[in-house]
Design a protein around this ligand. Structure first.
Ligand SMILES: Cc1cc2nc3c(=O)[nH]c(=O)nc-3n(C[C@H](O)[C@H](O)[C@H](O)COP(=O)(O)OP(=O)(O)OC[C@H]3O[C@@H](n4cnc5c(N)ncnc54)[C@H](O)[C@@H]3O)c2cc1C
Length: 597
């Protein structure tokens, strides 16, 4: 059984027919990007990840990263060599600006590559992922001098970045952090404090580690208004810009976790040895939280993608197993013969639930990335503004629904395996364990739901969400034109939209006047919003596939016919959940407040 095969046909279908890679590649600043070249890059990337990174997934889980007595951390066997090959191939820089040594490709292409990397090995992918977030922050907010000093080596991946927000008393409540930063005469700061849960906070894969640390300067206002952001390199740079003297940051321990065991999750102590680690301020004092917000959408999309990637890999394993495993006799099978379990309707239901949900998620996450590219690079201001709003709505869906489905679908894969799924040797349980962190970090899914209800619905006094619902409604006319073939999709989407409108109108009319009622309904609302967005995406994929079928080459027909089938399954059998969620959105806080525990 192959470890993992990148689903390049499915990815290309979404890139070509749903999110229109060609028009993204035609945006200013991507003139050098040819869509055909993108598909070749993805093929090469897939080969690399399949051959070098995917085979390290299971051994990495068994071995885990280890902290040594001197505070250094050793990653599992093979990680250092694979990471070096990753850096040599330049994979990490493809979607970063050319002026810093990157490939200057759209974020959309970076996201497609990230899907493959994360499916291949989520724990390994965390290192480039955190680095990407740190680069993003520096590109947006660091001075030119800091950018030139740090970004090029981070773009190549020779140095890796980390994000240091969390402290024991400051998790979701980032504003409660207490790490200190004190200005020195030379313009640097001395950082003291303890950060917990820092992914790849210490490791042996790169020459240097560039920590981005949130801290407070003396006299800073309380809460999120008093947070500043600093670069704290593990190794300070010498006069030539090369890593030299060790900075005062120590990995005190690493966590023993349920999953992603190869990704070292570190407790970092700043200033253990003396008056503090040397830090360099990014931008202005007390503006750190604002800076975090500008990179949050990218980071949340990447974490949402983890749900998609792990589901895809678990799905591939489940299909292979279901073909091999024989149990019982499926109705109609020859007497006296055991059938492969893939012939049983209940197994096919689980596989199709996985497949159609994965396709919905891929559509949403790629559309999210394409909207980010358009929001940043489109020449027309009004288009940039509408794409920015689209990103605002799609991001909590990608992150919240994507990671919830990551847990649910990897769990379904275990169910397909039966008892063998619960046994670690088959390897499918790892994906479920790995997936479980994604609804927790990068803003818990509860926080995502609060963001959708509390921040996004009130945008333009409800005008932004009205536009979003209008986009979904506009699909109805296209579905009507497509005729009988897509009639059930059309009917299900219309019903889903009615449910979403009812819940949205209720929240706008009642919920927002009583924040407790709105917050009580936020998580079911995010689910409802997501299921309908999933149905919309699948309807668009069905429309695109129907059009593509007209002139399809014989070899492509199965792909397009399969897309119509999965869209129909999703819309007929999953999308109707939308209506059932309305009562939970509109229930008010009454019982939650009255309950005793
Ligand atoms: C493996 C791993 C890797 C990580 N990597 C990093 C990293 O690289 N850098 C970093 O800085 N951090 C990292 N984290 C930390 C992670 O971001 C936090 O765990 C996360 O933000 C949640 O914080 P918490 O664990 O303190 O949970 P809490 O904030 O205590 O939340 C507990 C529960 O309460 C809910 N809750 C909290 N506040 C509210 C509210 N106001 N309203 C409603 N519900 C609320 C939450 O949704 C959650 O369900 C990592 C964590 C893990 C486990």
């Amino acid at each position: 059984m192959a470890e993992y095969t990148a689903p390049l046909r499915d990815m290309r279908f979404v890139l070509e027919h749903l999110v229109d890679l060609e028009s993204v590649a035609a945006l200013p600043s991507f003139e050098h990007v040819d869509p055909d070249a993108v598909y070749s890059v993805l093929e090469e990337n897939a080969r690399f990840m399949e051959d070098l990174v995917a085979p390290l997934n299971r051994p990495g889980d068994l071995q885990g990263s280890v902290r040594n007595d001197d505070g250094s951390v050793t990653t599992p066997e093979g990680f250092v060599a694979a990471y070096k090959a990753y850096v040599d191939a330049g994979w990490g820089g493809v979607a970063f600006p050319q002026e810093y040594g990157g490939g200057g490709f759209p974020w959309l292409v970076g996201i497609a590559m990230q899907e493959i990397l994360t499916s291949a090995n989520m724990a390994f992918s965390m290192c480039p992922l955190l680095n990407q977030g740190a680069i993003d922050m520096l590109l947006h907010h660091a001075s030119e001098e800091l950018r030139e000093t740090y970004v090029p080596k981070m773009v190549t991946g020779e140095w890796t970045g980390t994000m240091n927000l969390t402290e024991p008393q400051a998790g979701s409540d980032v504003g409660a952090l207490s790490t200190k930063a004190v200005l020195q005469d030379d313009g640097t700061y001395r950082i003291t404090g303890t950060k917990i849960f820092i992914s790849f906070g210490e490791h042996d894969m790169s020459e240097n580690i560039i920590h981005l640390v949130l801290a407070r300067v003396p006299g800073a206002p309380p809460g999120t208004k008093g947070i500043s952001c600093f670069i704290v390199p593990k190794l300070l740079l010498d006069a030539d810009g090369n890593p030299g003297e060790r900075n005062d940051v120590t990995c005190v321990s690493i966590e023993h976790k349920m999953g992603i065991k190869a990704s070292p999750t570190c407790v970092l102590s700043y200033g253990e040895q003396g008056e503090g680690a040397v830090g360099f301020l990014i931008g202005e004092e007390n503006a750190g939280m604002r800076y975090m917000f500008t990179m949050m959408n990218n980071a949340r999309l990447s974490v949402g993608l983890e749900g998609l990637s792990l589901s895809e890999r678990a799905f591939q394993m489940a299909v292979d197993y279901a073909k091999e495993r024989k149990q019982g006799r499926a109705p109609g099978a020859p007497a006296g013969e055991q059938s492969s379990i893939i012939d049983h309707p209940d197994i096919r239901r689980m596989l199709l639930t996985m497949k159609s949900s994965i396709e919905a998620l891929r559509g949403i996450t790629y559309a999210n990335a394409a909207a980010m590219d358009r929001a940043k690079h489109h020449p027309d201001e009004a288009t940039r503004a509408s794409c920015t709003e689209l990103v605002d709505f799609l991001t909590p869906v990608s992150k919240g629904w994507g990671t919830d489905l990551g847990v649910e679908l990897t769990s379904l894969a275990i169910q397909v395996f039966g008892g063998m799924g619960y046994i670690e040797e088959t390897g499918v349980a790892q994906h479920f364990r790995d997936a479980r962190i994604a609804p927790i970090y990068e803003g818990t899914n509860g926080i995502q739901a609060m963001d959708l209800v509390g921040r996004k619905l009130p945008m333009r006094a409800g005008g932004a969400v009205a536009d979003y619902l209008g986009y979904i409604e506009a699909t109805d006319a296209q579905l009507a034109e497509a005729g009988d073939e897509l009639a059930s999709i059309r009917a299900a989407l219309a019903d889903g939209l009615t449910a979403l409108r009812t819940a949205t109108d209720w929240l706008l009319a009642n919920g927002l006047s009583d924040p407790l009622d709105a917050l009580a309904g936020a998580t079911p609302y995010l689910r409802l919003f997501s299921v309908v967005t999933g149905g919309w995406t699948m309807a668009l994929q069905a429309l695109a596939a129907t059009t593509a079928l007209v002139d399809a080459a014989p070899a492509d027909k199965d792909l397009y016919e399969g897309k119509v089938l999965t869209a129909r399954f999703f819309c007929e059998q999953i999308l109707p959940q939308a209506a059932a969620l309305v009562p939970a959105v509109t229930a008010t806080n009454r019982d939650l407040a009255a309950a005793t525990f």
